[in-house]
Design a protein around this ligand. Structure first.
Ligand code: SF4
Length: 356
């Protein structure tokens, strides 16, 4: 494959010129429907691994995206039903999403917001952003604000500083969380000005970085994560379980170990949301649970995320943890041990009279 020359490849013509895809009119139709962007950093990894490698599959458009299934919906997590103001999704009482932009540095082929994100989708204008911040100010039960999108870290440092400084002034907002793919896919965008924006608050800031395969953890990405941590931000990670990308024990183990050693604690492993044209990435829940169960015995608990399902329609997130409880026998609980033996745990008889 040729080395990519453009900073960001946004069209099938550019991807083909870089040797990352072939000529296929069906892929042109995909790109006309869903946004495409591959950064230089990710293009370099794809060029080294091949277009069918775990990174290429995440970013390169394919004809498979033209196949839709009956269960797929444009808004699989039901965001619209919980949006009282443009740019706000307020599903849980104590926290809200603030989505200041629908633009991303890259466009993932499995994105659950793929009907909404894209370079043309733009950012909130000044009035809409003021209204969204005003909504947060007027809801004293909002304790945590999650900046999502799109990708909040594609905003200008000035815009980002304005948002974070505004949240700093809202007394009932105790903590700020940022969901971003930028440190992984476009690490050069983690500049001093962006780090200064993240420091425009005394409140704790958590960055939840989106990463699905250890190959995405390039030297530059690790350096970007280190700079974020050095700026006083706690870094977590979220991943999506994807067929052909990370649906093996080895791939997940390498990913979770890689993230933890890069200073990003794995937080969530998402079950794939049924967004249009994504069924080729779907992994059965039973497989996901079996993978997590297999990893429990051999990977540090600190490296293991919670396997989570966003119930279609918007009722919220449900943990899909591996189940080690086999049943109840009399008063005893039967537990499936990591050594595959069954343990019988009987209730402990208390002899205490309750005093200390
Ligand atoms: S970076 Fe996030 S919001 Fe943007 S396309 Fe990828 S998954 Fe979707």
């Amino acid at each position: 494959m040729n080395a990519p020359v453009e900073t960001i490849l946004r069209t099938t013509r550019q991807l083909a010129a870089a040797g990352l895809i072939g000529d296929d009119p069906a892929v042109d139709r995909v790109a006309a429907r869903y946004a495409v962007a591959v950064t230089a950093s990710m293009a370099t990894v794809i060029a080294a691994e091949g277009r069918d490698g775990p990174v290429g599959r995440q970013y390169l458009p394919t004809a498979a995206e033209l196949t839709t299934t009956a269960d797929e919906v444009g808004d699989p997590t039901g965001d619209e039903a919980h949006s009282p103001v443009k740019g706000i999704v307020h599903r849980y009482p104590d926290r809200t999403l603030l989505m200041p932009t629908n633009v991303c540095a890259v466009y993932c082929r499995f994105c659950f917001r793929r009907e909404r994100v894209g370079p043309e989708a733009g950012a909130l204008d000044d009035a809409a952003l003021a209204a969204a911040l005003g909504y947060i100010e007027g809801q004293p039960q909002i304790w945590e604000v999650v900046l999502s999108g799109g990708d909040p870290l594609v905003l200008s440092p000035r815009r980002l500083t304005h948002i974070i400084a505004s949240l700093e002034r809202i007394a009932h907002v105790a903590t700020i969380r940022i969901h971003s793919r930028v440190p992984i896919a476009a690490p050069e965008r983690i500049t001093d000005a962006v780090l200064a924006a993240l420091a425009a608050t005394q409140k704790p800031v958590y960055l939840v970085v989106h990463c699905n395969h250890a190959s995405e953890l390039t030297k530059a990405a690790r350096a970007a994560l280190r700079r974020v941590r050095e700026a006083g931000v706690t870094v977590l990670a979220q991943s999506v379980l994807l067929k052909g990308v990370n649906d093996t024990e080895a791939a997940l183990e390498n990913l979770f170990r890689g993230l933890l050693s890069a200073g990003a604690k794995p937080y969530y492993l998402h079950h794939l949301d049924p967004a249009p044209g994504t069924s080729h990435f779907a992994v059965p829940i039973a497989r996901g649970r079996a993978l997590m169960k297999a990893l429990r015995g051999r990977v540090s608990g600190l490296a293991l995320p919670t396997y989570i399902l966003d119930v279609p329609g918007g009722s919220g997130k449900i943990p899909l943890g591996p189940d080690h409880i086999l049943g109840v026998d009399g008063g005893a609980t039967l537990v499936d041990g990591l050594d595959r033996r069954t343990y019988r745990i009987t209730p402990r008889e208390s002899t205490s009279d309750g005093s200390h």
